[in-house]
Design a protein around this ligand. Structure first.
Ligand code: MG
Length: 382
C-alpha cells in the first residue's frame, strides 16, 4: 500500500521505499511514506516554531506584514511542492527539504550568521546550512530513542546544500557527494531554486512596502517590466500595491513554468532515467532557460544592491552585530549566565573544550526578540 503512494512518480524521483534509511532503525510507518514522516517531524520541531520570530530581511518587530523566516519557509514549500508534482518527482521529500532548509538560521538573518561566524573563527566557524543539519541530527532533544529527528538519509543529504571539502570529510556519507563532485537529487535541486524564487519575489513586495525600493526602479528590470506590461494591458486602471502583487504573481508563474519546461528538456537531452543519472550528470538538471536565467540574475543583483545593502537594512546589521557579539563574549566570560538547565545538559561538553560551540548553538537558536531581551537583561537596553 505504501508503494502505491509513490506509484505516479517518475523513474528518476527518489522513493522512500528505496531510501538509504535512518541512522537509528525504527518501525516503518503504516499509513504514510518515510518522507511524509520526515516532513511531520520537522513541523513538530522546536527549531521550526522559532522560525516565526526570526528575521528574513526585516526584523520581526518592524511590522506584522513582512515575511518572517517561517512565512518564507512556507512559501518555499508551496512553490517547490507545486513544481515537484508537475515534474513527477517526490513531493513529500521536496517539502521536507524545503521546510527544514532554513532551520539553522540565527536571529537577525544573514547579519547574525556573519557575526557568529566571526565569533567562532578559531573554533570551527558557523554556517547556517551546517547548523540546519546539526539541529536535525543532534540539537533537537525530544525523542526517547534517538537524538535529533532521525530523518531519512535523502532528507538530510538534501538539506546540506553546500559544504567545503574539509568539512565534507568530517561529515561522512551525508557529504560524500561534495568529495565525489556529484550533483544533489532533483528534489534538493528544486528546493534550492524555489528558495530563490520565493525570496526574490517576496523581497520585492516587502521592500516596496517598507519604502526601501520603488516601482520606478523595478521598471528598469526586464523581468519586472515585461510582466507589469502584461498586467496593465489587461487591467489598465490598476493602481497601488495591486500592480506589484499582480506583477509578482506573474513573475513567479513565469519562473516556475520556465523551470519546469527547461528541466524536462534537460531530463530528455541528458538521458536521465534513474536518480543515479541525476547525481552523475555534468549539469544541474533543475534549471532555467538561458534567457530567464539572465533576467533573473539582473533581479537578484538589483535586490542585492538596492535592498540588502540599503542603509536602513545595514543599520539593522550593525545592531545585530553588537547584540550577538556582546552575548557571545558575556557567556564566554561567564558560562553561568546561560540558563541553568542548558548549562547542566551541556556540562560535559563545556568541561571538555567545547564551550564555544555550546554557546554558539544557544545563540543560533535564539529568536530576534529573545536575543534582544537577553541583551537587555545582561547589558543596558539598546
Ligand atoms: Mg531560505
Amino acid at each position: 500500500m505504501l508503494k502505491d503512494l509513490e506509484n505516479n512518480l517518475s523513474s528518476y524521483a527518489l522513493k522512500s521505499s528505496n531510501s538509504l534509511g535512518r541512522k537509528y532503525q525504527e518501525e516503518p510507518p503504516k499509513l504514510r511514506t518515510e518522507f511524509q514522516r520526515d516532513r511531520e517531524r520537522i513541523i513538530h520541531s522546536t527549531a521550526f516554531r522559532r522560525l516565526e520570530y526570526k528575521t528574513q530581511v526585516f526584523v520581526n518587530h518592524e511590522g506584522d506584514m513582512y515575511r518572517t523566516r517561517l512565512t518564507h519557509t512556507i512559501e518555499v514549500a508551496q512553490i517547490a511542492r507545486a513544481a515537484a508534482r508537475a515534474l513527477k518527482i517526490n513531493e513529500d521529500l521536496t517539502e521536507s527539504i524545503s521546510l527544514a532548509h532554513d532551520l539553522g538560521h540565527t536571529p537577525f538573518g544573514h547579519a547574525g550568521q556573519d557575526i557568529l561566524n566571526k565569533c567562532m573563527k578559531n573554533f570551527g566557524g558557523f554556517e547556517h546550512n551546517i547548523q540546519s543539519l546539526r539541529i536535525i541530527e543532534k540539537l533537537e532533544n525530544k525523542y526517547a530513542d534517538f537524538p535529533g529527528l532521525n530523518l531519512c538519509f535523502e532528507t538530510r543529504e538534501g538539506i546540506l546544500k553546500k559544504c567545503n571539502i574539509k568539512r565534507a570529510e568530517k561529515l561522512g556519507a551525508i557529504a560524500k557527494r561534495f568529495i565525489e563532485k556529484k550533483q544533489s537529487s532533483l528534489e534538493a535541486q528544486l528546493t534550492n531554486i524555489c528558495d530563490e524564487i520565493a525570496y526574490n519575489n517576496h523581497d520585492i513586495q516587502d521592500g516596496i512596502r517598507a519604502k526601501k525600493i520603488f516601482i520606478e526602479q523595478l521598471e528598469t528590470l526586464p523581468i519586472f517590466y515585461n510582466q507589469m506590461k502584461i498586467v496593465l494591458s489587461k487591467h489598465p486602471k490598476l493602481s497601488g500595491s495591486k500592480i506589484i502583487n499582480e506583477t509578482v504573481r506573474k513573475i513567479i508563474n513565469l519562473l516556475v513554468n520556465d523551470l519546469i519546461n527547461n528541466s524536462n528538456l534537460n531530463i530528455i537531452s541528458k538521458k536521465i532515467i534513474t536518480s543515479d543519472d541525476v547525481k552523475n550528470c555534468d549539469i544541474l538538471i533543475i534549471n532555467y532557460s538561458n534567457e530567464i536565467k539572465k533576467q533573473n540574475i539582473k533581479l537578484k543583483k538589483f535586490l542585492h544592491e538596492n535592498l540588502y545593502k540599503h542603509p536602513d537594512v545595514i543599520k539593522m546589521t550593525d545592531k545585530a552585530n553588537l547584540i550577538i557579539e556582546n552575548l557571545f563574549n558575556a557567556y564566554i566570560n561567564d558560562t553561568k549566565l546561560l540558563p541553568k538547565n542548558y548549562y547542566q545538559y551541556n556540562i560535559e561538553k563545556i568541561e571538555h573544550g567545547l564551550k564555544e560551540r555550546v554557546i554558539c548553538d544557544y545563540i543560533a537558536g535564539m529568536t530576534d526578540r529573545f536575543a534582544q531581551q537577553e541583551h537587555n537583561r545582561l547589558f543596558k537596553a539598546i
